[in-house]
Design a protein around this ligand. Sequence first.
Ligand SMILES: Nc1nc2[nH]cnc2c(=O)[nH]1
Ligand SMILES: [Zn+2]
Length: 460
Amino acid sequence: MAAHTAGRSLFLGTFIHSNSLDELSYLHKTAVCVDEKGVIVALETDCDQTKAEETLYPQLGWSRGDVTVRTAKHGQFFFPGFIDTHIHASQYPNAGIFGKSTLLDWLNTYTFPMESSLASLPKARKVYTRCIQRTLSHGTTTASYYATISVPSTNLLADLCLSFGQRAFIGRCCMDNMSPDFYRDVSATTALADTRATIAHIAAIDPTNALVTPILTPRFAPSCTSELMHGLGALQKETGLPVQTHISENKNEIALVKSMFPEHASYAHVYDDHGLLGPKTILAHAVHLSEEEVELIKKRESKISHCPASNSAITSGTAKVRKLLEKGIEIGLGTDVSGGYSPSILEAARQALLVSRHVAMEGDDNSKLSIEEVLYLSTRGGAQVVGLEKKIGGFEVGMEWDAQLIGLGQVESDEADLGPVDIFGWESWPETIAKWVFNGDDRNTLAVWVKGRLVHERKL
Ligand SMILES: Nc1nc2[nH]cnc2c(=O)[nH]1
Ligand SMILES: [Zn+2]
């Protein structure tokens, strides 16, 4: 399957992105030129269409006829695409269905039956198609996905991401231990062979990983034998591929890991001792880490996916994000569908804000995250977590055009009913962004691009 290419584009208007963890940059009256490879080749402030055509096009060797122009109208703005650093595509039909369960019973009651049923390719196609379309419609331009243990079904997820144009990491879920008979890898050997089969498939459909990359995915320590984890650690060394797993999400899970791996100093050490804790490792949840584990994760430069909606929904706990940030650990946001109920990173950002206030109410007032901080985690932070910080997460020459156009309801115009946010016209830009973060949804996501290609447009 050939990667879809984009034409040349000129984007005009207001662009907002993160400068740093606590600062957003507002670029008004700005022009951004994106070439046919989806790369930003010019960014000029104080520039309208005429000026862009007269000054930028000649520098780029462009002529008017071959450029698509898209202008953010008054009150609209371009924002970097969101990065979901942890999502189970195979659990998407269960989003919102979790009752009063907690992690270990939730896995058995809801999750394993759904995932195992996706060995049916027609069902997997239906589920993955909806998941990709839905997350794109919420502005998720990159997702780090868990699929299932099934190779054909996992490969299908990779095919669909490539054809819909979503940037993705695709994990065939490895689990040869403590899992039901109807849903487990037969052995460490077959799990490793199946993982290699998905790696080979992705190498065939996207040889340069322009859009889709395999990710080694030991489900979590309790689901894996030591043999399998050693094998995956060796495979990581051999291939240099990223790794994703879960860590320290729930207290019963932590006790289980302790009982299953008594010879290892901690949950984080289990991964480390198997060669799975490195700079390309994404650790989801990290709710109950000890100081020692935080130190180890920092030392190994592993990344953390904060999944606040999931941690509240299945009552896992409150992750101490401020402490992790202060340690210098790189953090992004994850929806963790369907432990998390929502496929929206904007919802994850909102929940990160609220959970940080719960941590404050537990006694650490410094823990509160700001709007700027959660938007950083949604974009630049996520890009660091998936190792693409030089390519995506902001608007700079040389980066790729992964972006969303946001429109809010302008009370004084004919766009008053554009979604759930009412803008009266007297709000400052930071206030406008705060209103979007707290009340916005996919109705405000007017268009979405990945690598320069238009991958979603809201039908008005
Ligand atoms: N949230 C979450 N935690 C897990 N731990 C092991 N598997 C899972 C999963 O599917 N979701
Ligand atoms: Zn998860």
